[in-house]
Design a protein around this ligand. Structure first.
Ligand SMILES: Cc1cc2nc3c(=O)[nH]c(=O)nc-3n(C[C@H](O)[C@H](O)[C@H](O)COP(=O)(O)OP(=O)(O)OC[C@H]3O[C@@H](n4cnc5c(N)ncnc54)[C@H](O)[C@@H]3O)c2cc1C
Length: 399
């Protein structure tokens, strides 16, 4: 049995980049199919901290770069979507915290005050009075100044569900052990063939968009062309479940340009919050094993929040790579990356928050190339199964 699928756009990879684009192109009338070889959001997306950055963190290095300028508009774009009147409908997604916060570790108060008063940050942060502090910081033992950022934190699995809802039929689970990318002599992708239970599906698209995160390098290799280079930036995240603790969403600023800690909180499904720990320990922790990493997280948290009782806490860690276009010195790329390659576009958003920017860039390229909605949506998307949505990973991490 063979099955032919023709579509305007084929998207390879269903993380935030692919899913946002999938939803946006579909609503603009493009026929679109999304191929996923694991679970939707199951790469970096669901393992992210869910902070919709406005760039404040980058300003720590002293100057607002183009990164900060590009990302500065993102919270507003996401807010409109959460309110149900943006480019994609995220009204069903959950906001974990309407604000992300920043506080300084001891001794940095005055330095931080000057920094926050700087012209560059005007309008991006508000200093709070103690009575405005969220519950976690209300403890009298908390010393320091707390700033509220114009950034917020989302429950990422709920974002993934909202983006895919109603489009499930157009998502295809692909197994690359039984699939192939075919190209013409001039390098263009001609088709993708996928075998499943004795049935062969041939997919032809007018454009192919690569949004496979860490899987993109392998896909370009399968295609057999010279493409943009990818870099992986490994992280070793910490996590702790403290029964009864308040949720915490904040960067703690130390002396480095990377936050001393970045903590977000996520529901564990049993009524507790899990604090997910990134920032400096996650970057330096790639060289530490699980036990050493837990010890470092314990030491940092004991020192920074002595009023919290960690006696009944459970600790865990998670290793995960960030996938980005290759940069010199592993510097963080500035904005979503999109590169035209034959009849394809290779992308990395570099941040969850930049998914709207990535879609803008892809749309710009489609418009420049005159690719408008044209092909009717294929009726039934073949006999291929549909990928599932990725599950939160907390339980395994604590095991
Ligand atoms: C620990 C951590 C915390 C982070 N926190 C934040 C944050 O708070 N805010 C922020 O803005 N950014 C954050 N980021 C960055 C952000 O998560 C990523 O930039 C973003 O999720 C990348 O999205 P993506 O769609 O490109 O990749 P992914 O989410 O990795 O998605 C790629 C998808 O492609 C699929 N795939 C892979 N290979 C193939 C293939 N061959 N064929 C088909 N499909 C394939 C994968 O299964 C996956 O579903 C964080 C990242 C990490 C690792």
């Amino acid at each position: 049995m063979t099955h032919d699928l023709d579509t305007d756009i084929a998207i390879l990879g269903g993380g935030i980049a692919g899913l946002w684009l999938f939803r946006r192109l579909s609503s603009l009338g493009y026929s679109t199919l999304l191929l996923e070889n694991g679970t939707l959001g199951g790469g970096q997306t669901i393992k992210s901290q869910g902070i919709i950055h406005g760039g404040t963190k980058y300003a720590l290095s002293g100057s607002l770069t183009s990164a900060s300028e590009c990302i500065a508009g993102m919270p507003q774009r996401w807010q409109a979507c959460l309110a149900g009147n943006g480019e994609v409908d995220l009204s069903a997604a959950t906001v974990l915290s309407p604000h992300h916060y920043m506080w300084s570790s001891a001794g940095l108060g005055s330095k931080l005050t000057t920094f926050f008063a700087s012209k560059a940050l005007r309008g991006r942060v508000d200093q709070l009075k103690p009575k405005q502090y969220p519950a976690f910081f209300q403890d009298p033992a908390f010393r320091g100044t707390l700033y509220q950022l114009k950034e917020f934190v989302l429950d990422v699995p709920s974002v993934v569900s909202a983006l895919v809802e109603g489009l499930e039929d157009r998502t295809l689970a692909v197994d690359w052990n039984h699939s192939q990318i075919h190209s013409d002599a001039d390098g263009k992708i001609n088709s993708i063939t996928m075998e499943h239970k004795g049935q062969r599906t041939t997919l032809r698209a007018r454009r192919y968009v690569f949004t496979a995160g860490a899987g993109t390098a392998d896909l370009i290799q399968r295609w057999g062309v010279e493409g943009p280079q990818m870099q992986l930036r490994p992280l070793h995240m910490g996590m702790v479940r403290v029964p009864g603790a308040h949720p915490l969403f904040a960067h703690c600023i130390g002396t480095s340009t990377v936050p001393r800690l970045t903590i977000t909180s996520h529901p564990d499904g049993d009524g507790n919050w899990i604090w997910y720990i990134g920032g400096e320990p996650a970057e330096t922790g790639v060289k530490r094993d699980r036990h050493e990493q837990i010890a470092v997280c314990q030491q940092e948290l004991h020192q920074l929040m002595p009023w919290i009782d960690f006696a009944a806490a459970e600790w865990g860690t998670l290793r995960v790579d960030r996938a980005e276009p290759r940069q010199s010195n592993l510097l963080r790329p500035d904005a979503a990356y999109c590169k035209n390659l034959y009849n394809s576009i290779v992308t990395w958003p570099t941040k969850l928050a930049l998914a709207p920017n990535l879609s803008d860039e892809v749309l710009k390229q489609l418009q420049q190339q005159g690719v408008k909605p044209q092909t009717p949506q294929p009726a039934a998307a073949s006999a291929l199964p549909h990928p599932l949505i990725g599950k939160p990973f907390w339980h395994e991490a604590f095991a």
